[in-house]
Design a protein around this ligand. Structure first.
Ligand code: UD1
Ligand code: UDP
Length: 393
């Protein structure tokens, strides 16, 4: 970057930015920002994958779909308990930062790597920015809520998706100059991939008729880790499938538990139910776009359905994304209210909602502008004008 003072011009190394991804919901948050920053002459991006998700269709499929290159660094942490996973990311990422120190670390979302890399950066005095800051479920039994709280408490720059997030940060005493509302980066991914999503053909491949099926995704420990709630959910879904066919791309955590509790065989054979492997982003969004409704406990699906105006029934008692209820198409349900909520929608009683402000496909460019503003990067230079040296010229 170029810095001019007292008639002298300094051409300095480009800003080195680490972009951290770990698990499925991170890849579509990182991709638009990677593409945006990659096109800027004033920075260079190092893409890191912690390895939390590693199956092809939980990881590589998203790199392929979203046009991401192979990560510059793969930390290979894999699965483990929260402590093991968080600690292993910290150990590996600290080593990476000491070997090649970035000027800025960008963490996204609320997974274990988000907090782990934020901790490493802060303690090495490297500025940390959190994309998707300020969301709060107020349910501290969710590991993600702890990750959000800790990350936002220590990060230097907080990029929020919605006014409720700004209000949460203000209520927690965060100074207003620390945060910038940039909108929802997930919508950038959707808009980047819109044509390919429409052309994917996944609905036809699965024999689904437009607006005559529901998409189901479940992976929250509170829904799938214990026998009793998971059995109750399976019973509900089996019953519902006789009224509305269901397609259910099954998350590996959920599959493991369905099998362990002896529920897989009956659910997979239930009339109207299609259990499929987790899908890549383009094929999954093709299913969502054609769905009559979705049944989910995913954070991202609540947002995507609000943007698309598709009814979303969220099997949780809280959401960190309340704007999807107040402005969008989302409603919280329990296993016992799910059936009647589906019937209401099938009878035409549904929220229509609107797209929240700044959920417009331009979040990545707002983030890039904010980095430049905050880190005093001069206006873009022609790439060839950038000399990678710290010397005065
Ligand atoms: C993680 C995130 C959660 C996010 C979800 C998105 C945390 C605390 N949790 O939960 O916030 O909503 O990702 O999908 O960071 N497994 C595989 N293959 C894989 C990955 C996982 O088989 O590629 C299995 C393993 O048995 C593993 C289990 O799934 O133990 C859970 O994976 P893990 O990454 O720990 O948590 P998720 O439930 O995926
Ligand atoms: N998703 C996908 N394939 C699937 C299920 C989900 O591409 O089979 C996408 C979807 O776009 C969703 C995103 O993954 O928004 C988020 O992932 P997930 O639900 O695993 O995590 P969360 O958002 O709950 O943290």
């Amino acid at each position: 970057m170029r810095f001019e003072t007292e008639g002298r011009c300094f051409v300095m190394q480009r800003l080195r930015i680490d972009l951290i991804a770990a698990a499925r919901p991170n890849f579509m948050k990182v991709a638009p920002l990677f593409h945006e920053l990659h096109a800027q002459p004033w920075c260079e991006v190092r893409l890191l994958h912690t390895g939390q998700h590693y199956d092809h269709n939980m990881s590589k499929a998203f790199f392929d779909d979203l046009g991401l290159p192979s990560p510059d660094l793969h930390l290979g942490v894999g699965s483990g308990s929260h402590a093991v996973q968080t600690a292993n990311v910290m150990l590996a990422y600290e080593t990476a930062c000491l070997a090649e120190r970035p000027d800025l670390i960008v963490v996204v979302g609320d997974v274990n790597a988000t907090v782990a890399c934020a901790l490493v950066g802060t303690k090495l005095h490297i500025p940390v920015a959190h994309l998707e800051a300020g969301l709060r479920s107020r349910d501290r039994r969710m590991p993600e809520e702890i990750n959000r709280l800790v990350t936002d408490a220590i990060a230097d720059i907080l990029w929020t998706p919605s006014p409720d997030a700004d209000e949460n940060l203000t209520a927690e005493g965060v100074a207003p100059e620390k945060f910038t509302r940039v909108g929802n980066i997930m919508i950038d991914s959707y808009e980047l991939m819109r044509e390919r999503i429409e052309a994917s053909g996944e609905r036809q491949r699965l024999g689904l008729k437009n607006h005559e099926y529901a998409v189901v995704t479940l992976h929250r420990p509170s829904n799938v880790d214990e026998r009793e709630p998971l059995t109750a959910l399976v019973n509900q879904l089996t019953d519902m499938a006789s009224r509305l066919p269901l397609v259910f791309p099954v998350h590996p955590r959920t599959r493991k538990n369905l099998e362990a509790f002896g529920l897989w065989a009956s659910l997979s054979k239930a009339p109207g139910v299609q259990l499929v492997e987790p899908l890549g982003y383009v094929d999954f969004m093709n299913l969502v776009c054609g769905a009559r409704l979705t049944i989910t406990d995913s954070g991202g699906v609540q947002e995507e359905t609000t943007y698309l105006g598709i009814p979303c029934l969220t099997l949780r008692t809280t959401t960190e994304r309340p704007i999807t209820i107040t402005e969008g198409t989302n409603q919280l349900v329990t296993v016992s209210t799910l059936g009647s909520a589906v019937d209401q929608i099938l009878a035409g009683h549904e929220a229509h909602g609107r797209k929240p402000e700044l959920w417009d496909g331009h979040t990545a460019s707002r983030v890039a502008a904010d980095i430049r503003r905050r880190l005093c990067v001069e206006p873009p230079l022609a790439a060839e004008a950038v000399v990678e040296s710290g010397a005065a010229v």
